[in-house]
Design a protein around this ligand. Structure first.
Ligand code: NAD
Length: 492
């Protein structure tokens, strides 16, 4: 049996090792949501920064739900292999920045303690869009969200993200452990401002004085993160073992490209992430908007249309010429809604994105990207669509993505296979579609009434309705694969 990877492992030649002694560095960051993306992005920047500039910045990971990631990383002393997949070949690197992972349901007090510890100067987050429990109408917490309700009623024994942050911050204030930075790395617009708002709103509801302390002591920089990171599969683990010579249950695979644009507003210092390539700017908003609309918006289109046309991966979907033409049209229309982005040539950015999507060495599943559509559509598709209409533009370039999502909500492929929507609003979607005939107008009416997905003025705009119903009718009539061909030929 192959030996398990650990701090003392000497992997095979060709695997790059940490350029510092991880065990001699203290912890300075708590990361909540240790998924594939964190291991391929922030943990890697931190590993590089500690290698180049030192510092006590190791990461204490927190899993709010499953124990899997702790069972994978803790027996390996936090070590794992990062495999960078390129069409020219894979490269591998051992990452040493994660010190340990704490599982919240098993050790809730350890999570609160970690946030409250004076050693901790930054809390980073990648918990997916739905974990924040945002009320999109008010920007505050959604008091109908079951975890938010639980945590508001039980602030010292929380279960969810905001509840743990508040319990940790409350103890931090008691202990006078000093200022802290909370850095959101999820794909949400103006993510720092958004998290600040929900944290303050929650605190206001449990103890207004705590809200005032947080407003004075904690900063919430926004950040734009980018590195396409598919979920780890058994193939990832097998390839990692082949490359390192050790069994590694926490290996992760990713693409060569990586980008991190961060608002430089840290309350208690930070690693020298710029040494690892992060860009610190005053205003992240233009970069975030660019990435959400061009990368993520196109990803969503490719996911819904691609999945239903039988393309398992984004690479396959974007190599379908007709779907690629629809994607290019949507990208162009999205780019037209953007303000100038400092230092970025948008045409080159779009071309680079298409090349990244087509990377044959990466298997990013359309089904994975399709999950949580109700959380993703507003900022990726509805926002640029609404702005296009407000400027008297045409909804056509976005209509196929909306129609493809509506078709996806039916939960069954053209050849009759059912799939799970994996969406926090799937009960609401099912209720809206209950008894609705297989008719584009009826489906549009049912789903466009989901108000936190489609703002009222957008849902009621006949220009959007006309274009989406037209695309959805074609999809229902011809099936997705043929509808893609027909829609790509359609002149705008
Ligand atoms: P993942 O599934 O590997 O990890 C998701 C993490 O979020 C896990 O730790 C999980 O426990 C936690 N989580 C999920 N739902 C939760 C809930 N309801 N409450 C609390 N915690 C919850 O996914 P990932 O690939 O690591 O991506 C995570 C996030 O990172 C994405 O949603 C996105 O916002 C951001 N991101 C990912 C990528 C990528 O390519 N994977 C790129 C850019 C940004």
């Amino acid at each position: 049996m192959t030996t398990r990877l650990s701090a003392t492992s000497m992997p095979l030649a060709g695997v790059a090792m940490p350029a510092y002694d991880p065990e001699s560095c203290g912890a300075g960051i708590v990361h909540i949501g240790v998924g594939a993306f964190h291991k391929a992005h922030q943990a890697v920047y931190t590993d590089t920064a500690m290698g180049l500039a030192g510092g006590d910045w190791r990461i204490t990971g927190v899993s709010l739900r499953s124990a899997d990631v702790a069972s994978a990383l803790n027996p390996q002393d936090g070590r794992y292999l990062l495999m960078v997949r390129d069409e020219a070949g894979d490269s591998a690197r051992l990452i040493g920045s994660i010190a340990k992972v704490v599982v919240a349901p098993a050790e809730p007090d350890a999570v609160i303690q970690a946030v409250a510890s004076p050693e901790t100067r930054i809390v980073t987050l990648t918990v997916t869009e739905k974990a924040y429990g945002i009320d999109r109408a008010t920007g505050g917490v959604d008091v109908t969200h079951d975890v938010i309700t639980h945590d508001l009623n039980n602030p010292t024994t929380p279960k969810g993200l905001v509840g743990f942050l508040i319990a940790g911050l409350s103890r931090r204030r008691e202990r006078e452990a000093g200022p802290l930075t909370i850095l959101c790395c999820d794909n949400l617009p103006e993510n720092g401002r958004l998290v600040r708002r929900i944290v303050l709103d929650f605190a206001e509801r449990v103890e207004p004085a705590l809200a005032q302390w947080i407003a004075r002591t904690v900063t919430f920089p926004s950040s734009m993160v980018d590195r396409i990171t598919p979920a780890t599969t058994s193939q990832t683990l097998q390839d990692a073992e082949r490359l390192s010579g050790f069994s590694d249950m926490a290996a992760v695979e990713t693409e060569p490209f990586s980008q991190w644009i961060v608002e430089d507003n840290f309350a208690a210092g930070r690693p020298e992430w710029e040494a690892a390539g992060a860009l610190f700017v005053e205003d992240v908003a233009p970069y975030e908007k660019m990435k959400l609309r061009l990368l993520n918006g196109t990803h969503s289109l490719l996911a819904y249309a691609g999945f239903l046309a039988g393309h398992e991966t984004v690479g396959e979907a974007v190599r379908n010429e007709a779907l690629r033409a629809i994607a290019e049209r949507q990208m162009q229309a999205s780019a037209a809604t953007l303000p100038p982005v400092p230092g970025i040539d948008l045409d080159a950015y779009r071309a680079e994105l298409l090349a990244r999507f087509a990377n044959r060495a990466i298997r990013h599943l359309t089904y994975q990207i399709a999950m949580d559509g109700t959380e993703k559509l507003p900022q990726r598709i509805c926002a640029p669509l609404g702005e296009t209409l407000a400027a008297n533009g045409d909804a056509c370039a976005f209509a196929f993505a909306v129609a493809a999502w509506m078709r996806y909500c039916l939960g069954v492929t053209d050849d009759g296979r059912s799939y799970d929507l994996q969406d926090p609003r799937q009960a609401a979607i099912a209720a809206r579609l209950d008894g609705v005939p297989r008719d584009a107008d009826a489906i549009f009416d049912a789903l466009s009434a989901l108000q936190d997905v489609f703002p009222k003025e957008l849902a009621g705009d006949p220009r959007m309705r006309g274009r989406v119903v037209e695309a959805l009718s074609t999809i229902l009539e011809l099936g997705m694969a043929e509808a893609i061909r027909v829609h790509a030929r359609r002149q705008v």
